[in-house]
Design a protein around this ligand. Structure first.
Ligand code: B12
Length: 442
């Protein structure tokens, strides 16, 4: 029986010597259970999630497929080199490899699956089965997200998991924010799955004994009618769920209530910044920073805990605005905040713009990890930006800020479990901050 080994690489701690490892994966990705379900039955499939598993370089796999997310691609390339030394055929897929496929091929990888894999990956397997050869690039986009197979979640079940499994609702995004990898790959295309197929997957997660799911979709409120119907069908299942969304959800109070009633407990919002001009320049003017606090309060009122993604180092950022970002997070008492330095990911529109304008400090992509300035912002020096980024993280993840935003939060008595969960997440992030790593592994 031919065998395929899928690997999701981890990343290194700041000093580059030790690999980030955890006892548990709280949020596993969906890619490999889904690709496994697209793999013909006569193939054996094994999944390695390196943050909890060891890679056995001497395993008997015929094909090795490696996932790429941001700078974790560098660990992926190291793994690929080891397998190439042992004569294996190695292919990459995922956002980072899709944004720079030619560069990845130059590093000795046999093939890159660019973007959606639903047509490309089966083609790659057919080619391999024909004569043991695969093409350098597979780039067969899809035009609808229908008839996806039921993900083979069972391949994850021998791993130490939290209480959620992922289910996808939509892929891509209708917006064209210049810094975003999703807009770079999908260019405004946003595909949603039929609700019966999403419900089939959610029910499977429940059958497997999980109490919740993570709904993958970059902006689940993008289609309000769809979300309302999905919430209606999820409600009787008595599950809790989390997703990503824009604050626009809070403008539609009826829908917001339906979402909360269906068991949604955490939503992550791309607030991005407290300065509007910088966001406008990044083509994200549809986010209104003056409304952040008001809309966040509405979200909390219905019992949904907000989590936030914010960037620093926009052209409108100054030392003062970074200090004000700390005040904002503490004032709004955001239970689960995350920060990155604005990073022009190679392949993105922002990267091309900064390159044209001579604003890239270097092209050492290993450092494009969101923890260090790699470009020159207009109103703050790159050195000061990096220094203040870590200052912000240290202050936000100080014990006093953590306690105020979690178990001492005014809603903690109403929703004790969510706030205890947030406390755990913050302490986990605090651990990563101390190690010089942006906290984004759960
Ligand atoms: C869940 C998730 C995570 C989870 C789980 C990751 C995991 N180990 O699987 C956590 C929270 C741990 C995580 C961490 C990170 N993530 Co993440 N994550 C996601 C998220 C929300 C969903 C991914 C998913 O499962 N999608 C469902 C699948 C079915 O869809 P898909 O990913 O589009 O995959 C399809 C194709 O792309 C392709 N494909 C994808 N991978 C592969 C691999 C192979 C071999 C093949 C053949 C095909 C293939 O096949 C799929 C079917 O068509 C995406 C956002 C998004 N919009 O997708 C970000 C996203 C992928 N993450 C991203 C980033 C940057 C990171 C971090 C680097 C963040 C950080 N700064 O630390 C870390 C890296 C961690 C690591 N060591 O790898 C970026 C990637 C951008 C880029 N340029 O690479 C995204 C797009 C978010 C964003 N908007 O920027 N992430």
């Amino acid at each position: 029986m031919p065998k395929i080994l899928f690997i999701q690489p981890t990343q290194y701690y700041e000093n580059g010597t030790a690999l980030c490892k955890q006892r548990k994966i709280n949020l596993p990705g969906l890619v490999f259970p889904l690709l496994a379900a697209m793999t013909p039955e006569h193939w054996e499939v094994e999944v390695v999630i390196e943050v909890v598993d060891e890679v056995d370089f001497d395993c008997d796999a015929d094909l090795v497929g490696i996932g790429t997310m941001g700078h974790a691609i560098f660990r992926g390339l190291e793994i690929a080199r080891e397998f190439k030394k042992r004569g294996k055929t190695v292919f990459f897929g995922g956002y980072m490899a899709s944004m720079v496929p030619e560069k990845v091929l130059e590093m000795g990888v046999d093939s890159v699956v660019v973007g959606d894999a639903e047509k490309s990956y089966p083609q790659l397997l057919r080619d391999y089965e024909k004569d043991g050869k695969i093409k350098k690039i597979y780039d067969l986009p899809i035009s609808e997200l229908k008839n996806l197979p039921l993900p083979r979640y069972e391949l994850l079940l021998d791993k130490p998991l939290g209480n959620m499994l992922p289910v996808q609702a939509g892929r891509g995004c209708p917006h064209l924010c210049s810094f975003c990898s999703v807009s770079c790959i999908y260019k405004g295309k946003y595909l949603v799955r039929p609700i019966p197929e999403v419900m089939r997957d959610i029910k499977r997660v429940k059958e497997l004994g999980f109490s919740g799911f993570y709904l993958i979709d970059d902006n689940i409120v993008g289609n309000p009618g769809y979300l309302s119907e999905l919430a209606r069908q999820i409600k009787p299942l008595n599950l809790h769920w989390a997703s990503q969304c824009s604050l626009n959800l809070a403008r539609n109070e009826k829908l917001l209530q339906e979402v909360a009633d269906s068991g949604c407990r955490i939503l992550s919002f791309g607030l991005e910044s407290i300065t509007q001009e910088g966001l406008d320049k990044l083509n994200k003017s549809w986010v209104k920073v003056t409304e952040h606090e008001k809309l966040l309060r509405r979200i909390e009122k219905v019992g949904i805990m907000p989590s936030s993604e914010m960037m620093v180092g926009l052209d409108s950022d100054t030392e003062e605005s970074l200090r004000a970002t700390l005040d904002f997070v503490n004032r709004a008492r955001i239970p689960i905040p995350r920060f990155y330095i604005l990073t022009p990911m190679p392949g993105s529109e922002l990267y091309e713009q900064f390159k044209r304008e001579g604003r890239l400090l270097h092209e050492d992509y290993k450092k494009y990890d969101g923890t260090q300035a790699v470009h020159t912002p207009e109103n703050i020096s790159p050195e000061k930006l990096t220094e203040m980024y870590w200052w912000l993280n240290r202050r936000v993840f100080s014990l006093s800020s953590i306690l105020r935003r979690t178990i001492l939060h005014k809603n903690a008595l109403k929703h004790p479990l969510s706030h205890l969960f947030a406390l755990g997440v913050n302490l986990h992030y605090r651990h990563y901050i101390k190690k010089g790593v942006t906290p984004n592994i759960f």
